[in-house]
Write a protein that binds this ligand. Structure first.
Ligand code: C5P
Length: 225
């Protein structure tokens, strides 16, 4: 299994299609996020699906249970592999969403703490635990309610793996191969992330902004062996 999930954070549909085609055999999944969805909606997702690559739809849903469940219902028709929700939406929100995907192959993955956030950022929001313990708390809640896995940084993956079952999927963004971290704060290399127990590593700009995205993905894959 290829653990690389490439994040196509763009509003340009043609660029997204050409990246998806170029990366089809080099990565395991393509991640489409809010930026792409705001610009192109469900029809944009269907266009990318035509490139024959599994889709990770990163909408990070967070709303009242009924609104989230209805949204998951609408997304279900798109046939995406993975959809994300913020675990901080709470047990009832997560359970109602899960009831919608029962008996389908769509997986619901919970977002713990964004990898762009530091202890200081959490403190400002009144969350006084350190980031790692907040991530573990949310991961355990997600597992308890039956979510298929979580998103966390590679710095917390090892601890999450210890606390949660072996089939619970761990997905880690904030992956960096060089000195540039962009806006990410809790970062790791692809190898570090996989060694810490990540099942999938989400990589955006280090692949998409490379002069050859396909080469970059291939090098990252080789670095994992
Ligand atoms: O370009 P870069 O590799 O930083 O892209 C990371 C991707 O992972 C972005 O699409 C971002 O929205 C997403 N993500 C994240 N941190 C999370 C969850 C998702 O960076 N906790």
């Amino acid at each position: 299994m290829n653990p690389i999930v490439c994040a196509l954070d763009t509003q340009d549909l043609n660029e997204a299609i050409s990246l998806a085609n170029a990366l089809r055999d080099k990565v395991g999944m393509i991640k489409l996020g809010l930026e792409f969805f705001a610009a192109h909606g469900p029809s944009g997702v269907r266009e990318i699906a035509k490139c024959n690559i599994p889709i990770f739809l990163d909408l990070k849903l967070h709303d009242i249970p009924n609104t989230v469940a209805k949204t998951v219902e609408a997304i279900k028709a798109l046939g995406v592999e993975i959809l994300t929700l913020h675990i901080s939406g709470g047990t009832r929100m997560l359970k109602e969403a899960l009831s919608v995907v029962k008996n389908t192959k769509m997986k619901l993955i919970g977002v713990t703490v964004l990898t762009s956030m530091s202890d200081e950022d959490l403190g400002e929001l009144g969350m006084t635990r350190e980031t790692k313990s907040q991530v573990i708390l949310l991961a355990k809640l997600a597992e308890k309610v039956g979510m298929h896995g979580i998103v966390c940084s590679a710095l917390e993956a090892q601890e999450v793996r210890k606390e949660c079952g072996k089939d619970f999927k761990i997905i880690t963004p904030g992956i960096r191969v060089g000195p540039s971290h962009d806006d990410q704060k809790r970062t790791a290399t692809p190898k570090e992330a996989v060694n810490s127990g990540a099942d999938y590593i989400v990589i955006g700009r280090p692949i998409t902004k490379n002069s050859s995205p396909a080469n970059s993905a291939e090098l990252i894959l080789k670095s994992l062996i």
